[in-house]
Design a protein. Structure first.
Length: 424
């Protein structure tokens, strides 16, 4: 009997060990340590094809092309077939359709739980990085709750209150500073000073960002001078970190947390360039998004979950005619040998006629206010609008790592939130 009891005990031990291994393999291991969402503002399928050609011709391969999972993403809002920036980002951040102009609130104005709050509740460190303003509608959807995305002072205050995000890096400090300190706040609050008093390091240049040691628990807030802004055209390039630089530093600093991290990255300049009908800048910013993805893959590791997703399509940029297979770069920004424009837009400030309420300024030829515009209208838009309009096109998403197998076929943008939540 004794040997039978021993055999039974060994059998039970083997069963429990096997179940433990299965649990470890199919539950614990599949929870990624790093979860990264990169939002490309205006990232539709044609934008990706244009970026390939612009960078090196038709045979060029992007980091995006190597991601194993891909899906088209529908992105209507709760009340419109075409989502605006705020509603599209809110769907990604909360998994709920909201009305245009709303930031992560339901129709009654009640706040919706966002993915950053859920990540913090699971013990993850959190980060938010953008090469635009931290208070733009895309970023704001991940921390703010407002019925109107244009209330910048209120939105900036919500970012600071409670200091819920461990690392925030972006451009422009004016929304956090009072007028007395060259800011724009009407309430006289110095939000950067409040952050510093609560234990955050404040960095204002690339050198300061690089000097933060990786062995310290990060409480970091970066507001860098944007050399692309009208008032800072002479700003040294070395003072401003690229999006890929900020992604690298954020991952290095967030990895301290033994329970993992969630990082949201907003490639905001793609939208700004498209709104101005600036094709060259639009495509160079799409290339920067691709570099940021390469950086994220290199520093986060193969077992992290990384998703790249567009928010809304914008402007209707097209490359027309028959450029050579190896044609690339500025050779495609201008007129073709027949005197016709290679690049055209559907709407925007380079339009030559108006429709409905979009009125061409009487004393201004469309496109005159844009850097690089010429009398030949090398990037004409079909209709004039002060800023290029969003379109009803699907955007696109790419993924690698645990959970991204769900990116296939056509999905709704709220599915991105669900994938991120399952990975927490």
């Amino acid at each position: 009997m004794k040997w039978r009891n021993q055999l039974l005990a060994l059998l039970c031990l083997a069963v429990f060990a096997g179940l433990g291994v299965l649990y470890f393999q199919h539950w614990v291991v599949q929870k990624p340590f790093g979860i990264i969402l990169i939002i490309g503002e205006g990232l539709a399928p044609e934008r990706i094809a244009l970026t390939r050609v612009y960078l090196g011709g038709s045979d060029t391969h992007l980091a995006l092309d190597a991601m194993p999972h891909v899906a088209l993403v529908t992105n209507h809002s709760r009340d419109f077939a075409v989502s605006d920036q705020a509603a599209a980002a809110s769907a990604l951040a909360t998994g709920v359709k909201v009305n245009n102009r709303s930031l992560s609130v339901d129709p009654d104005g009640k706040p919706l739980a966002n993915i950053i709050d859920l990540a913090r509740a699971r013990g993850r460190a959190t980060g938010l990085v953008t090469n635009g303003s931290l208070t733009n509608a895309t970023c704001s959807a991940f921390y703010a709750h407002a019925g109107n995305s244009s209330g910048i002072d209120q939105i900036a205050s919500q970012l600071i209150q409670g200091s819920r995000i461990d690392i925030c890096l972006g451009m422009s400090a004016s929304e956090f500073l009072p007028e007395a300190k060259q800011g724009q706040r009407q309430d006289n609050r110095d939000l950067l000073l409040e952050l510093r008093q609560s234990g955050f390091d404040i960095v204002r240049s690339r050198a300061e960002l690089e000097s933060i040691p990786v062995w310290t628990r990060p409480k970091l807030f970066g507001t860098f001078v944007d050399r692309n802004s009208d008032s800072q055209q002479n700003q040294a390039w070395s003072d401003e970190p690229a999006l890929s630089d900020m992604v690298r530093r954020a991952i290095e600093l967030l990895q301290y947390n033994p329970r993992g991290y969630l990082l949201i990255v907003d490639a905001a300049r793609m939208r700004k360039a498209a709104e101005a009908n600036n094709a060259e800048k639009t495509l160079t910013e799409a290339a920067e998004l691709d570099r940021a993805l390469s950086t994220a893959q290199r520093y986060a590791g193969a077992k992290s979950t990384i998703i790249v997703c567009g928010d809304t399509a914008i402007g209707g940029l097209h490359l027309n005619g028959f450029p050579f297979r190896k044609g690339s770069g500025i050779a495609l920004v201008g007129l073709n040998p027949s005197g016709e424009p290679w690049m055209t837009w559907a709407t925007g400030p380079k339009g030559v006629q108006s429709y409905g309420a979009a009125k061409i300024p009487e004393k201004e030829t469309p496109g005159d206010s844009n850097v690089g515009a010429s009398k030949e209208q090398t990037e004409p838009a079909a209709f004039y609008a002060k800023s290029a309009l969003n379109t009803v096109e699907d955007v696109v998403s790419f993924g690698t790592g645990p959970g991204t197998e769900a990116l296939h076929g056509t999905i709704d943008n709220t599915k991105i939130f669900e994938i991120l939540r399952e990975g927490l």
